[in-house]
Design a protein. Structure first.
Length: 367
């Protein structure tokens, strides 16, 4: 076996251009090498399958390499992983030598599942890979069950459950959502897109990423999700969404042309456009875990447009940062970073109370 990938992502670094990277150059290269290895192996497997070098089904992971590369780098050794039948890349990301995965494809006893599982049933106890599964959506309730067992035994770690659009249409998805919420099961679910909407929601912020250069985030995902929102009877809250500097991962993934801190005229144009489209909310975000929050001058400029409820988030960790956003005009404050950084429930409660107390001092109330 290879050594397990590091579970601690290295700290941000500043480049010569003074632009702060979210992670170290070494980490970015590690992700790139991992994804390239997965891609090249999958391409070769595809050719071998066409040549009938091995039988059975064969579902490739091409195009999804970043999901498991990122997950593997963020997990700890106690975490468990379960996925669907596109499972060739998972063992590689978790440190298994590719030859054991390929041996499984060929039905050899040296394969990961002793040659009995084939393409769709990769399993390795040493790296806590709890298998690929051939039945669409089967891994979702199984993942929750594994997490429940760990919770019952007092074990560390969570269970990472990967699934795609097909599994998101299965009834087991929503049943698992409800069970995980009610029992507080430590399972992380990765939906493949907008089809993973839950009818248990009361409402959804139906967003357009206004400064994206990608059709997908301007209207594509919305077209896919709208029929489900209508079917479930969920209230849709029309929301304009703008990513501001530094943007973080959401800016990168969303292909956003970032609003810079001094571009008050541009953010005003976005707020006017949102109002003219009939949006009820405008969300300005600096990116999850951002080093700097949204500049207060941008908030003030956008707030001058009437009829919009202003949401502000990204990098808000302290009561002082929340106060800056509130005094600039934020109606809602998103503190996801604070939640992620909390060590336990008591710590989270203390941090939230600190923010609400200081907001009360400035007579701030959510709109």
């Amino acid at each position: 076996m290879f050594n397990m990938p590091t579970s601690i992502i290295e700290k941000p670094v500043k480049t010569k251009s003074k632009k702060t990277l979210l992670y170290s150059k070494k980490q970015y290269l590690k992700w790139y090498k991992d994804m390239l290895l997965m891609r090249k192996i999958e391409e070769r497997i595809g050719h071998l399958y066409i040549q009938q070098k091995f039988g059975g089904f064969c579902h490739l992971y091409i195009g999804q390499e970043a999901v498991v590369a990122g997950t593997a780098s963020a997990c700890i050794k106690e975490d468990k992983h379960i996925t669907a039948y596109r499972d060739h890349a998972h063992p590689i990301a978790l440190g298994v030598h590719p030859k054991y995965m390929v041996a499984e494809l060929y039905g050899k006893k040296t394969g990961m599942s002793k040659g009995k599982g084939g393409s769709m049933h990769m399993f390795n106890k040493e790296v806590n890979l709890m298998g690929g599964h051939g039945i669409v959506g089967a891994q979702i309730p199984m993942g929750a069950g594994i997490a429940l067992a760990d919770q019952y035994k007092g074990n560390k770690g969570v269970t990472y459950c990967s699934f795609g659009d097909g599994a998101a249409r299965q009834g087991a998805l929503h049943e698992t959502f409800n069970m995980a919420m009610m029992w507080k099961i430590p399972v992380v679910l990765f939906p493949g897109g907008s089809h993973a909407l839950s009818p248990a929601a009361d409402a959804i912020t139906f967003m357009m990423l206004m400064n994206s250069t990608s059709r997908r985030f301007l209207v594509g995902e919305q077209l896919r999700g709208a029929p489900y929102i209508d079917k479930f009877g969920i209230d849709a809250l029309p929301t304009g969404y703008g990513v501001c500097h530094p943007g973080g991962k959401v800016g990168e993934v969303g292909d956003a042309e970032l609003v810079m801190p001094d571009d008050t005229s541009l953010v005003k144009a976005y707020s006017l456009t949102a109002a003219m489209y009939g949006f009820k909310l405008l969300y300005l975000e600096a990116g999850s875990g951002a080093e700097n929050q949204v500049d207060p001058e941008l908030i003030k400029s956008a707030k001058t447009t009437e009829g919009l409820t202003m949401l502000v988030g990204g990098g808000i960790r302290t009561p002082q940062q929340a106060q800056i956003a509130a005094e600039a005009g934020a109606d809602w404050i998103v503190t996801g970073t604070l939640t992620e950084d909390a060590t336990d429930l008591a710590d989270l409660r203390q941090k939230i109370n600190a923010i609400t107390n200081i907001l009360a001092l400035v007579n701030w109330e959510p709109d």
